[in-house]
Structure formats: C-alpha cells, structure tokens
Ligand binder design. Structure first.
Ligand SMILES: [Mn+2]
Length: 276
C-alpha cells in the first residue's frame, strides 16, 4: 500500500516519499524495519490538512516510491543503495523524504546532498546526541549518526534540538546544541541558517515516550507532539532540500497511536519540503 496523499506519478512529483527500512545496528528494541509500512497504514486515518502549517498536502504532487530492498553482500551495502537513491532523486530534482529504519540512514543521504550543496546545514530533532565516534565496535551505527554527519559538514552547520541523552558532559555544551528544547531554538536556528540549503532529520524519539512509546530507544523527558509540530511549522520558508523521519519502531503491525503520530509527521515534513 501507499500513502493515500502520495498518488502522483514519479515523473511529475515534487516530493518523493521512500521507505528505507534499515534495521541492522539496533542495540535495544529491534523493529524499525517495520516503521514505514505501519506509518502508511496509520496515514489512512489522518486528514490532509495541517492545522500547524495551515496548509493541505492534497495540493502537492507527492509520489510514494515504496521501500528500498536491502541486501548484505557487505555490511555497508544498504548505505550504498541509500546514497545512490538519494543521488538519483537529486538528479531528477525531486525532494526526498526518507522513512527509516534506524538513524544510520541519515549520513549517506547528507553526504550526497553535501556534494551538491557545498553550504548544506542540518537540523536534527532527537532525544540522543548521536555524537559517539563508535558504538559497540562500529563506526556506522544508529548511535553515531551525527558523528558521521560531522564527517561531511562542519560543526557550526549542525543544529541539534531536543537532546537529553549525552555520552559525556562535554557534548552538552557544544555549539548549536539545544538541550531539551524544540520551540525556543526555532528563531536562533532560522537566523543562523538564513537562506542556505538545509536538511531536516527527525528522530521520532525526540517526543516523550508517553505520547510516542513506539521507538527503539525510549528516553524520558521529551517534548509534546504539539510543540514538535509547531517547531517544524516554524521552519517554513527555509530552503529545505531533504528530510527524513527515523526510528519509528512499531510493537505490532496493527496501527497504534504511535503510528498515527508518525503519519502526521510525514504530512508535516511533506509540507515543509514542498515549500511555497
Ligand atoms: Mn538518533
């Protein structure tokens, strides 16, 4: 099945939604590979109008490209497919919304975008800083996603919002890192990004595990859905060149409140990507 609001042909779509159900390094609760499909099912029950951005996605040409099929001749093979897919969508000038899967889908996407946009910025919503250089012996892991992003863009172009889990005290005082908050940073981040191209990576565990328990690594003390949706709405007008929604980890294939939450965030990210 496909998102009901994503009925455009690939050939004339403005936005392409594509599942990247990578679930290889999950170190706590596995299951993010089922995130895209449960989100599609839950989307059937949401409206196309966003009360946060006050716009309707039915006016936007969106294509659902299904899910990538990963094979593992080497552990890095899925990342190569993600990079090639992103490069192809860039060439076709269609804006890509990637649905994880674990957060390790983000670095190969950002690396491709950074090759095209030399001044690319990244805005990350997340409970976790993801700044470790290595986790459980691997440099490429859901827990190192932003360390790998910093391999391709400088620290002053990564903005981290809602973070409340750090591997060291030093991480907490890094520039452009906003612990706990998602609404207050909107204005300073907007001002800092300016008209530069920006990629938005949304780890759904930035939400409190109360309203969003269906994640791989629940972290108490998160924001509300309303604050997150208003924070995303506050980014409208920025030059958003790509997005992802990662770490949706359903506990069942029956749609849940958490799946509905993910589906509404797909709507919000599609609107943000479409621009004016
Ligand atoms: Mn993350």
């Amino acid at each position: 099945m496909a998102f009901y609001f994503a009925a455009a042909d690939a050939s004339d779509a403005r936005v392409v939604v594509i599942g990247m159900p990578l679930d290889r390094t999950s170190s706590f609760i596995p299951g993010t590979r089922f995130g895209p499909d449960v989100t599609r099912i839950a989307a059937d029950n949401i409206e196309s109008f966003s009360p946060y951005q006050k716009r309707d996605i039915s006016t936007i040409r969106i294509h659902d490209a299904g899910n990538l099929e990963f094979t593992y001749p080497t552990p890095g093979s899925p990342l190569e497919l993600i990079a090639a897919t992103t490069a192809a969508n860039l060439t076709r000038r269609v804006k890509q919304l990637a649905l994880g899967g674990e957060h390790s889908i983000t670095p190969p996407i950002v690396a491709e975008l950074a090759r095209k946009f030399s001044n690319l910025c990244v805005i990350q919503y997340d409970a976790h800083s993801d700044l470790r250089q290595e986790f459980l012996g691997e440099r490429v892991s859901h827990a190192t996603a932003m360390a790998r992003v910093l391999d391709v863009i400088p620290r002053d172009r990564l903005f981290q919002l809602g973070i409340r889990s750090f591997s060291s005290a030093g991480e907490m005082s890094q520039p452009n890192l906003y612990p706990f908050e998602v609404l207050a940073p909107v204005e300073p981040v907007r001002a800092a990004v300016g008209d530069r191209p920006v990629y938005v990576t949304l780890d759904i565990d930035v939400l409190d595990p109360g309203p969003m328990p269906d994640v791989q690594t629940p972290e108490p003390g998160g924001c509300s859905f309303r604050d997150l949706a208003l924070s995303l709405a506050g980014l409208a007008g920025l030059n958003v060149v790509g997005c992802d929604l990662v770490e949706v980890c359903p506990r069942t294939m029956q749609p849940s409140a958490g799946a509905a939450t993910a589906a509404e965030l797909v709507r919000e990210l599609c609107l943000l990507l479409a621009g004016d």
